[in-house]
Design a protein around this ligand. Structure first.
Ligand SMILES: Cc1cc2nc3c(=O)[nH]c(=O)nc-3n(C[C@H](O)[C@H](O)[C@H](O)COP(=O)(O)O)c2cc1C
Length: 408
């Protein structure tokens, strides 16, 4: 018997038992919101607050929920919905659902190998996933393991450093670059300060206690990462490796993000040959400028309520953005949790919706099986809702499917 076949038994058994463990953790998780309660119990408080939190008074975050309540769906009946398909086409590729996984920094700190876990689950379900520029796994490793993953960059207003990073990204074979533009200055995340979260994390008794009281995260994510991959660093902010994630002294380099402007974007367009997406637009005029400067798609977003407090929900400007750039795919994120939420956005003209936090929690709680479960839940909700709305395809969703409602 070859050594590989003699190992297959124990390895297969280990996989079965880890799947069984994951399934146990997912029991009772019936929708995307359910992941949050589990994650609160699983993650150390500073990390949970970092993911869950918004900014200042949480107005932008609340408006993401409020705006969704202001639209109802108007079903048609007896239309024969037996041919339902939620596939959508984007950049010449057909995805199996009209949603994807938004970029989230430090995903490998909340879940073991989080960025890879998210990307693998997305690939298995044939939906897009975006690797954050604030990630701690080198983008080369992620792109090697999961080709087709998109990459998101936070760029400084510095042509040389932009060019060097884009060179690096292009060398990985990545075909879709997302440039996030709604973070010219650091947001006022008071909740992070209160919860003891900072980047880099500063070692302290409180942090140690927060970790010790979450042993499954401590052993299964943090210590496992340290043992197998060493101290995580910010790997993908620039062309070269950045600071370690746990450090008493090092400051993250945010330099010159406030210098970034359309001239840089034009340079990016000249250099980047793949699909170019601009993330963090709310104003229709900016969508028009994005198109004029060569963007291939825009993501209408208020960053999940994490940047400008008081910023409107992207849903409030979505239709105006679609009207401003009718020939460009318009994508959207911030606060979408239900299949019906996704459908409201599609009815307003979005091609695809991105979802953040719930996928992060799902990876933290149950790894790839957790993310697959989250994707399936949302996919099934969309499928059911298509049936009940009387449609077979996403492009049948139009403003005629929506009725504004007055919410007191
Ligand atoms: C923990 C966390 C980290 C994030 N990091 C990034 C990032 O590195 N780059 C980025 O463009 N957006 C980042 N975002 C914003 C998301 O891409 C997305 O816009 C937002 O989460 C969508 O809102 P939702 O979480 O309510 O679905 C982050 C969001 C969260 C929750």
């Amino acid at each position: 018997m070859s050594s590989s076949s003699s190992n297959a038994g124990p390895r297969a058994e280990a996989n079965v038992s880890s799947n069984a463990r994951a399934l146990r953790k997912l029991r009772g998780v019936l929708n995307l919101q359910d992941f949050e309660h589990r994650a609160r119990r699983h993650l150390p408080r500073p990390l949970f607050e970092y993911v869950a939190g918004t900014v200042e008074d949480g107005r932008a975050g609340r408006d993401n929920q409020q705006a969704l309540l202001e639209y109802g769906l108007l079903p048609r009946i007896l239309t024969d919905v037996s041919g339902r398909s939620q596939k959508v086409e984007l950049f010449g590729r057909t995805y199996d659902s009209p949603f994807g996984i938004a970029p989230m920094g430090l995903a490998a700190l909340t879940a073991y190998r989080g960025d890879i876990v998210l990307a693998r689950a997305a690939r298995a379900a044939n939906i897009p996933a975006v690797l954050s520029g604030t990630s701690v796994i080198p983008l080369e490793s992620v792109m090697d393991e999961v080709p087709g993953t998109w990459f998101q960059a936070y760029l400084p207003g510095d042509s040389e450093r932009i060019a060097a990073l884009l060179d690096r990204v292009a060398r990985t074979g990545c075909d879709t670059l997302v440039v996030t533009v709604d973070i010219p200055v650091n947001a006022n995340r008071e909740n992070n300060i209160r919860a003891g979260f900072s980047t880099p994390l500063k070692p302290s008794l409180r942090l140690a206690w927060d970790g010790l009281t979450r042993p499954s995260w401590l052993l299964g994510t943090f210590l496992r990462t340290l043992a197998r991959h060493g101290m995580p660093h910010f790997e993908n902010s620039f062309a070269t490796r950045g600071a370690p994630i746990l450090s008493a002294t090092v400051l993250r380099d945010f330099s010159a993000r406030d210098h970034l402007n359309w001239r840089h974007f034009a340079e990016i367009r000249r250099q980047w040959r793949g699909n170019l997406v601009i993330k963090g637009i709310l104003h229709p005029a900016d969508a028009r400028l994005a198109r004029e400067h060569g963007a291939d798609a825009v993501i209408v977003s208020n960053h999940g309520g994490r940047q400008l407090d008081g910023a409107i929900s992207p849903l409030r400007s979505l239709q105006a953005v679609v009207a401003a750039v009718p020939d460009l795919p318009v994508l959207v994120d911030s606060g979408f949790r239900r299949g019906s939420d996704v459908m409201v956005a599609l009815a307003m003209g979005a091609r695809m919706v991105f979802v953040g936090r719930p996928f992060n929690y799902a990876a933290a709680i149950a790894g790839e099986a957790g993310v697959a479960h989250a994707i399936n839940l949302l996919r099934e909700e969309i499928d059911r809702n298509m049936g009940m709305l009387g449609i077979n395809r996403c492009d049948e969703l139009t403003p005629a499917c929506l009725v504004p409602r007055t919410v007191s």
